[in-house]
Structures are given as structure tokens and as C-alpha cells.
Ligand binder design. Sequence first.
Ligand code: CAA
Length: 263
Amino acid sequence: MNSHFDFENILVDTKDLSQSGVVTITLNRPKVLNALDTHTLREIVAALSGIKELSPIVVLTGNDKAFAAGADIKQMLAAKPSDQINDDREKLWTEFCSFPFPIIAAVNGFCLGGGHELAMACDLIIAGDNAKFGQPEINIGTTPGAGGTQRFTRTVGKAKASYYALTGEMFDAFAAEKMGLVAKVVPYRTTVVEAKECAKKMAQKSPMALRLIKEGINAAFNTTLNEGLKLERRNFYLTFSMDDQKEGMQAFLEKRPPQYTGQ
Ligand code: CAA
């Protein structure tokens, strides 16, 4: 199992997995502020694929200076459109977004461009009070390419997304919280601890129910209200075929903690 988790640009910490159901993935290219080259993205997706069967809650983080300062500008400089199309980034983003269990982004420092897009592709963001967000692609003559005009706009609305994506200005953690982009702002030294606490809470719930809720929330981004409501209702009905639903309700009535099996 260890060789699975031996990566070049990320660290994968599974020591909390058996006790609390949490895996921490740390982006680890500090010299370039965790710039996201394709190799790093590939490693993140490979790590997720290696742990998926264990139904973990994942905390994805960087370091105090940067969650990630964007896609790797050095890698992109000489690229032609055909290089971009032939690259497997699009597939990797899709795979990242289809990870079935919650991923919490624990963000300190710079969270820009592709880094911001990666954080937004997670289920929620917990930000340190030193976090700086933005879509600065406009400053380098290009555009966001992985959600910076789409997820960002759907999350914060047209006015704010246009302001930040068209000016390239950064905004801080408190502004991000006010816009509904981050769930919580905490002192930056506690960001990962807080994210892990949040992950541990989730890990005590029914994994199947978590998965269905994640699917429902993501559907709110991808479908019409009617389609989303239909999916939500079907997922709700589906839980009544699950042992976990019987156990959760039985435990409530017996005034004891539930013991979920994920069935
Ligand atoms: N790609 C590659 N290298 C990067 C990088 C990036 N996105 N961001 C920073 N680095 C490198 C710098 O080149 C520098 O390397 P050297 O020491 O070899 O010079 C090192 O990281 C440290 O960076 P700075 O010296 O610039 O650090 P700073 O504290 O002065 O500034 C910063 C920090 C404001 C974040 C600045 O580094 C910056 O503006 N970075 C670029 C941000 C950006 O434009 N991101 C968007 C990329 S495009 C994208 O993401 C497309 C997409 O949507 C998919």
C-alpha cells in the first residue's frame, strides 16, 4: 500500500485513516508556490483513486505561503492549443470532480488561477486568515481554464466574478467568506487542524449518504432546478433501501450513537 502513496509533488498522509477516516493530501512544490503542472494533477488523481475504496474524507492542502499559485506558467509558456488539447488535464479535472466522497480544501496563502479552481472543485473551502484568492490569468494574457469563469460565477455571482476575473485583483479570506466562496475563516496556523476536525465529523456519518448529498449538491451546479430536485428526491428514496438509514433512525429513537456500515 505504501508504494501507492510515494509521489514526487504531493504528500499523502493516511495515518488518520483507520482511526478517523481522514486522508490528508499536501501539495508539495514549495519552490514554485505549488504551481499545478500536469504531473502534480496526475498524482492527486492517482492518490484519490488509490484511496477511493476506503471511503475516506480527504483534506487537500498546501503550505502556509501557498495552497497553489495557479497552473504552471513555465509549463504553459510555449504550449500550442494542440498541446493543451492533447494533454490529459481535462480528463484529470473530470476525475478529480468525480471523487465520490467529500474533499475539503484547507487553504493558506496564495490560492490563484488553477489553484483557486482546484479549491473550488473541492466540496468546501476552509481558509486561513492569510489566504489570498484570485483568477489572475488576465494579468498574463490568458483566461481561466478549469472553472474560473464557471464555478466561480455560479458561486459568487456575475458581479464579483467579473470584477475579480477581469481585473486580476486578489481578494482576502474575509472577502471570500462574505461572498460565500469559503465556509469558514480560521487563524492560519489552525487551518489544517480545523479542516481535519470537519473531516472527522463527516467521517462519522453514513458514507453512502455523504456520497448522495455530494452528488446532489454538485447537480445544483450542473442541471436545471427540476432535474436537480428529481435527482435529490430519488437519492432520498434510495436511502430507504440502505441499512444506514434504518440504523440512523433506530439509533436516534434509542438515544444512542449510530453505527454505520456504509451499506
Ligand atoms: N507557475 C510557475 N511558477 C510559479 C507560479 C506559477 N503559477 N507562481 C509562482 N511561481 C514561481 C515563481 O516563478 C518563483 O520562481 P523563482 O523563485 O524561480 O523565480 C517562485 O514561484 C516564487 O514566486 P514569486 O517570487 O513570484 O513570489 P512572490 O511572493 O513575489 O509572489 C505571487 C507571489 C503573487 C503568487 C506570484 O508568484 C504570482 O503572481 N504568481 C503567478 C500567479 C498566476 O498568474 N497564476 C495563474 C496561472 S494561469 C492558470 O492558472 C490557468 C488556469 O486557469 C488553468
